[in-house]
Write a protein that binds this ligand. Sequence first.
Ligand code: ACO
Length: 320
Amino acid sequence: MIHSRIAGTGSYLPERVLTNADLERMVDTSDQWIVERTGIRRRHLAAEGQSTCDLAEQAARRALEAAGVTAADIDLVIVATTTPDRVFPSTACLLQERLEIHGCPAFDVQAVCTGFVYALDVAHRFIRTGGARRALVVGAETMSRIVDWSDRSTCILFGDGAGAVVLEAADEAGILSTHLHADGSYKELLTTDGGVSEPPPEGGQPHIRMSGNEVFKIAVKTLGAIVDETLAANGLEQGVVDWLVPHQANIRIIQATARKLKLPMERVIVTIEDQGNTSAASIPLALDTAVRDGRIRRGETLLLEAFGGGFTWGSALLVY
Ligand code: ACO
């Protein structure tokens, strides 16, 4: 059987940092409220003119370097994003052109904050069935472009960034299981107020709208259930996973999932304090951070999980 494993990781955060103190000057909020309710202290924002593909390219180049391969070795490009540069071509096609690779399939996946888990699952299935040998899987976002900077309930949460992995065919298991879910009946709890064929009521860019407290409760419950589903599918007990690499939406959601896994917070990769919620970019950003600082090592078992707009949710259990 053909397996798939992560050969290298990379990430990129734009230079500009927006702190909670900066937000105090923009909306009626406080550093204390933001830290207590979310765990976020600062987030990075793309510079004017810096696009999602710009961030994706930096992360992708770093992942290629870490994997010890060149762009020419890639035969599949998938970008998970909710904030593509253009309606079309896909950000994956724009990235493919930047990397000067031509001909291989390239497409975007849109599952909001669960996007990277969805994209990893798709790449894994391509590799397992022989449709690709080496995939570039990227999560990249410029969430700042769809944030309503006058809405204190959402503008404090989001940041920009990108993360990437090279996933390649291997003889030994890397990805052990993936589980994906969605339920569109929750569409109004976490959405944008318009898009392309349904323009925003006031024109201009669409903006994020979220019933935060309701989303919070469902996220905690749903992520608990996907932990159970993932462990059961792999015949594993709680407490045996080496690292939890969660989507970074809220420190209290992450803590609840860690409790469900019976993992101490020392075994959880948390980047939310410095990055906020970067949607599809947050898991590969967290993964790359912990690989590069030496916490995550080869042979360790990782649980990746995410919950986001749709609702969508998913997990990937893998041996790094
Ligand atoms: N500063 C100060 N007060 C605030 C702020 C703020 N930035 N935002 C809201 N408040 C107030 C509210 O107005 C409310 O005041 P009231 O009691 O007078 O009405 C009070 O704080 C409590 O508001 P809640 O919304 O109940 O606060 P909660 O504890 O739920 O925290 C938060 C809000 C942080 C948004 C939380 O609900 C959350 O993290 N939700 C889940 C987000 C998530 O997981 N999203 C999924 C991924 S995102 C994606 O897919 C795009």
